[in-house]
Design a protein around this ligand. Structure first.
Ligand code: UDP
Ligand code: MG
Length: 312
């Protein structure tokens, strides 16, 4: 089986050489153990870096026989860069492992991933055990995000980022997902197939700074929710129904106030219309939301099903 390791890089001049050294050790060990073929390789994707990253990728290509490089015309963001790498890599490889460039993910987990692949798993997710090296803020916002995703009905693997093994077969199916707003860690579980999770301790960045500052992280989270779930639209409808029932309670209260003489002239009719009209508007928006949600899902043009085996 031919392995390729896919590494998206955005301004990673400070880490790429060390990352490559560590990945070379892994690839060579796998080749020595006859787990993967000698043609196995590493693909670096330069996501429109404006530092020395692309020159370093070229240098690595001269120094090692198994390096491939992909240069994107401009910065398109981690998810798009990763997809570009995955879809390029799947063409002539059997196993594709994606990993960040910054050595936060333990490269030795790749051995476990390959083992799980040979046990019959088409997808192996790497998930972190601990977030000891993440800041308090990052750790807790991330946990909140996974819980929210779960509540909204989007299946994601807890504490899994984009460190994973995928077979060529699963990547062929992923290429049929035509959406533009990518949230790969939510899309890949939709593929089905047998999969498993391996755990590791996440380290702090080897060097350089995070390319996901707070604003980018919040955008990513928002994109994740709106890409995977139309439930927020349904919540509008639910809110309308709740307010409608509150209106009925208010109706009783307003009537009582009116007949006991506690209401000034005009108040009863005004407040009653505010509550009823409010709920009516929310319910109507919710109905529109249901249709918009359907249109949204249709435009994604996702496959309706994936055939795993056909016995004829
Ligand atoms: N990355 C990328 N394009 C971007 C931002 C990030 O290809 O626009 C890459 C980056 O080089 C790294 C990976 O995506 O390999 C994850 O980024 P980072 O480690 O900065 O994110 P964090 O671990 O802080 O969430
Ligand atoms: Mg990182």
């Amino acid at each position: 089986m031919k392995l390729i390791i896919v590494v998206p890089c955005y301004n990673e001049e400070m880490v790429i050489i060390e990352t490559n050294n560590q990945l070379q050790i892994v690839v060579n060990k796998l080749i020595d153990e006859n787990k993967v073929t000698a043609e196995s390789s590493i693909l670096y994707i330069d996501d429109g870096s404006n530092d020395n990253t692309w020159n370093l990728i070229n240098k690595l290509r001269n120094d090692f026989h198994n390096i491939k490089g992909l240069k994107l015309s401009k910065n398109v963001g981690h998810q798009n860069a990763l997809l570009a790498g995955l879809l390029t890599a799947k063409i002539d490889n059997d196993i594709v492992v994606s990993i960040d460039a910054d050595l936060q993910d333990d490269v030795n987990v790749i051995f476990k991933m390959i083992e799980e692949y040979y046990k019959g798993n088409e997808i192996v997710y790497g998930a972190r055990n601990s977030r000891n090296f993440d800041s308090f803020f990052k750790k807790h916002t991330a946990i909140l995000f996974y819980k929210l995703m779960c509540f909204l009905g989007a299946e994601t693997i807890y504490n899994h980022a984009d460190y994973r093994l995928m077979s060529k077969k699963s990547l062929d199916e992923l290429s049929n997902f035509n959406e533009r707003n990518l949230f790969l860690r939510g899309m890949i579980p939709l593929l089905g197939f047998s999969s498993t999770t391996v755990y590791y301790d996440r380290q702090s960045r080897f060097a350089g700074v995070s390319k996901y500052p707070l604003i980018k992280m919040m955008n990513f989270a928002l994109n994740g929710i709106t890409s995977m779930s139309v439930k927020p639209l349904r919540l509008i409808f639910l809110l309308g129904i709740i307010i409608f029932f509150i209106s009925i309670g208010m109706f009783v209260y307003i009537l009582l106030s009116y007949f006991t003489g506690n209401a000034i002239a005009g108040w009863s009719s005004l407040i009653l219309s505010v509550w009823f009209l409010g709920s009516l508007i929310l319910i109507s928006v919710g109905v529109l939301g249901e249709y918009i949600g359907k249109i949204y899902n249709e435009t994604k043009d996702r496959p309706r099903y994936i055939i795993e085996k056909y016995l004829d």
